[in-house]
Design a protein around this ligand. Structure first.
Ligand code: CUA
Length: 158
């Protein structure tokens, strides 16, 4: 069967492209090149509820008066669902998921992280003004994703 030279060149070019794409997919899968932003800390998702700080999620005051908010994001709620933090002070959030990918966004603020099972998403923020904010999950996580919300209340500084 005669195949035109020009056609053969394009067949090879197409094959080379497919091979390249497969190589990229294989490389990404092998090296887990897709990570949530700021990821440095890993956690066993099966242990999240059982041991460590995430077994008792909530707002914690450290010995130096620092505020740490430990949040579990799971299908389809945040625990704690109501978070109270002081205004004008640095607040550190530590969020993880025991099941699937979620988001943790405090509407109207700069707080917005991806929450992946296996990782702790940590960030710090100061809320200048007292007020109430909606907390939403902004990653599609299942049928009741749209019901997954909470509240963050910024209280007058003590
Ligand atoms: Cu959790 Cu969407």
């Amino acid at each position: 069967m005669h195949v035109d030279l020009y056609e053969r060149i394009w067949m090879w070019a197409a094959s080379a492209m497919i091979a390249l794409f497969l190589a990229v997919v294989a490389f990404s899968a092998a090296t887990q090149a897709v990570h949530p932003p700021g990821e440095v800390e890993t956690i066993d998702p099966l242990q999240v509820r059982i041991q460590g700080e995430f077994a008792a999620p909530g707002v914690h005051r450290g010995p130096g008066g620092e505020t740490t908010v430990v949040v579990v994001a799971e299908m389809f709620r945040f625990e704690p669902s109501v978070i109270r933090v002081p205004a004008g002070e640095k607040v550190t959030f530590r969020v993880t998921s025991p099941d699937v990918l979620h988001g943790f966004q405090v509407v109207g603020t700069n707080a917005n992280v991806m929450v992946a099972p296996g990782y702790v998403s940590e960030f710090s923020l100061t809320f200048p003004e007292p007020g109430e904010h909606l907390v939403v999950c902004n990653e599609y996580c299942g049928l009741s994703h749209h019901l997954m919300s909470g509240k963050l209340i910024v209280e007058e500084a003590r």
